[in-house]
Design a binder for this molecule. Structure first.
Ligand SMILES: [Zn+2]
Length: 306
């Protein structure tokens, strides 16, 4: 299987969840072995921040990256769209410090990627394969990982809320499964928390247009839930997005219990920091035809564009 980029540049604009301002974003095709690179228009030139679990500086409500000076917030839904549609190489240019929240799901980003079209590249796709099972846990939450031929997730959440309670979702990443099963699931929030966030100057762009909001016993949004189990679907979407910070796609079965962005990020860092123990990297074989017999398992990664 070959690496994938997009066929042409595509743009969108929307509100930033945390600052509430209008943000424009453009996806550009990128050469093979580039990975995912955010391009920030800072007003003092452009800054490039690679998708990388070690660049995560904020996991409070969303995942934010930083190069030490500049940051880009709320990257997880766009990363989920890339992971879910199999895009390996892309430049994502943003004119503010956060990705637009759109409708709180990954649906708009999937639509944009589909409009741009998917282009197979010369280089072979690289994936991480888990070497052995292991469990990563903190404070009663856990992510357990098991070697598997595909990426699959069984995600469980348990909220003391009559409309959520215990929800469990099984998901296999295959052709269109992300588009059909996860991409429309929105961020959810509880009304009391929304009011507290507003008072502390956070989530200024949050509204019923970009989140599923629940009060003590009902859905505040007039159109209700998009799926009966929309919350757990969104948590699985977030998990795929946080996995999308890894340098390569990953195959394995992930059993996830009550995780969030912080634990997801600690898990990804732990994997990379102990790469020799947990991960093999290989190129995905051709679906038809022979192996190249290439001794170099790791092509030289593309340079960060200047
Ligand atoms: Zn989310």
């Amino acid at each position: 299987m070959q690496q994938t980029t997009i066929g042409q540049a595509v743009s969108c604009s929307g509100v930033g969840l945390h600052k509430g301002g209008k943000v424009s974003m453009t996806f550009y095709p990128a050469p093979a072995n580039t990975g995912v690179i955010f391009v920030l228009n800072t007003g003092r030139g452009r800054r490039f921040i690679r998708a990388d679990p070690h660049k995560v500086h904020d996991t409070n409500l969303a995942t934010g990256l930083s190069d030490g000076e500049y940051g880009i917030g709320t990257v997880e839904h766009v990363l989920a769209a890339l992971t879910g549609t199999g895009v390996d190489n892309i430049h994502i240019e943003v004119d503010d410090s956060e990705v637009p929240i759109m409708d709180g799901s990954a649906a708009s980003f999937v639509y944009l990627l589909q409009q741009a079209g998917f282009v197979r590249q010369e280089a072979r796709k690289r994936v991480y394969i888990l070497k052995r099972p292991f469990q990563f846990q903190r404070d009663g939450k856990f992510i357990s990982a098991t070697p598997a031929a595909e990426l699959s997730i069984r995600y469980t959440i348990d909220y003391d809320h009559p409309l959520i309670g215990k929800q469990q979702l099984s998901f296999h990443l295959r052709d269109t499964s992300f588009v059909q099963e996860l991409c429309k699931a929105r961020t959810f929030a509880f009304l009391g928390d929304v009011e507290k966030m507003r008072h502390s100057g956070r989530a200024l762009g949050g509204s019923l247009d970009n989140a599923l909001v629940l009060d003590v016993s009902s859905v505040v949004n007039h159109d209700g839930m998009r799926y009966p189990d929309e919350p757990v679907r969104h948590k699985a979407l977030d998990f795929l997005g946080d996995l999308g910070l890894l340098p390569y796609a990953i195959k394995g079965h992930f059993e996830v219990y009550c995780s969030g962005h912080e634990l997801n990020n600690q898990f990804c860092r732990h994997l990379l920091d102990n790469e020799a123990e947990f991960l093999d990297c290989c190129k995905v074989p051709e679906e038809h035809g022979s192996e190249e017999g290439d001794a170099a398992m790791w092509p030289v990664p593309g340079e960060n564009p200047a």
